[in-house]
Design a protein. Structure first.
Length: 43
């Protein structure tokens, strides 16, 4: 699902462009969780 990327990203994904090329790393929930743990929860 492409919430903030718009129709162009959705069309590109439909045409076979790899998902990783369509948006930045900080839009992936797993990467945000890891970043939060490293910067906020770790001493």
């Amino acid at each position: 699902m492409f919430l903030g990327q718009g129709r162009v990203a959705a069309l590109a994904a439909d045409r076979g462009v790899p998902r990783r090329q369509l948006f930045g790393p900080y839009e992936e929930e797993a990467e945000l969780d890891a970043l939060f743990e490293a910067r906020v929860l770790s001493p």
